[in-house]
Ligand binder design. Structure first.
Ligand SMILES: O=C(O)[C@@H](O)C(=O)COP(=O)(O)O
Ligand SMILES: [Zn+2]
Length: 210
């Protein structure tokens, strides 16, 4: 199997896994993988639970369509992540419930949205960033993500949802799952007497795993 064929198969399989586990509803979400030709991306309007390996959008490095259906309108977000994070091999954007709920809250720290509650989020994604609301597909949203992406592999887009990168698609998916679980913990603990990790513990984790 060629690397491109493998990427197609993995996008279909992991897209279905995320959809089947209720991580994004309907035709929300988009996924991309960096490939030799440029990028493989989910077509706009597609449901990630029912992707067709043959109609996925294959784009060159500048985002020009080589083959397949019209790509996601969010290619600009994915490209911003790849440009700012040279080690990124895949990017996922979902409308997962807890991260999206968190993205709607006021007074979040745009460079550290989720407090250090447990080690694993810190080990996988470090600090989570936040960009202001702009409409889906807007150039301004792409620019805002571009500005945050060098410092954050996981970003919440206000009133919209999360976007994460990883060295490959399975890593990006695990990163997204950990972000979702951490957003859930944060919201479940609201108003409770929480004992977060000490900043020194977080620094140690960032130094070892970041
Ligand atoms: O929220 C939106 O409209 C997009 O960000 C999205 O999730 C799906 O857009 P397409 O990938 O263009 O279908
Ligand atoms: Zn979206």
């Amino acid at each position: 199997m060629t690397p491109l064929a493998l990427a197609r198969e993995q996008m279909v399989t992991l897209g279905k896994s995320m959809f089947d586990r209720g991580l994004t509803p309907g035709a929300s979400a988009n996924i991309s993988i960096k490939v030799e030709e440029g990028f493989l991306m989910t077509p706009t309007g597609s449901c990630i639970g029912f992707l067709d390996a043959e109609t996925l959008s294959l784009l060159d490095e500048n985002g020009n369509l080589i083959s397949g259906d019209k790509p996601s309108k969010e290619f600009i977000l994915h490209k911003a992540m790849y440009d700012q994070r040279p080690d990124a091999g895949a990017v996922i954007h979902l409308h997962s419930t807890w991260s999206t709920a968190l993205s709607c809250k006021a007074d979040l720290n745009p460079d550290d949205v989720i407090p250090p509650l447990t080690p694993y989020l810190i080990m996988r994604l470090g600090r989570i960033g936040l960009v202001p609301y702009f409409p889906p597909g807007a150039a301004e949203l792409g620019a805002a993500v571009r500005e945050k992406a060098a410092a954050h592999a996981g970003i919440l887009m206000a009133n919209h949802g999360p976007i994460v990168s990883g060295k490959d698609l399975i890593t990006a998916m695990f990163n997204m799952e950990e972000l979702e679980e951490s957003a859930k913990l944060m919201l479940l603990l609201e108003g409770k007497n929480v004992n977060p990790l000490a900043e020194s513990d977080r620094q140690e984790l960032l130094a070892r795993f970041g």
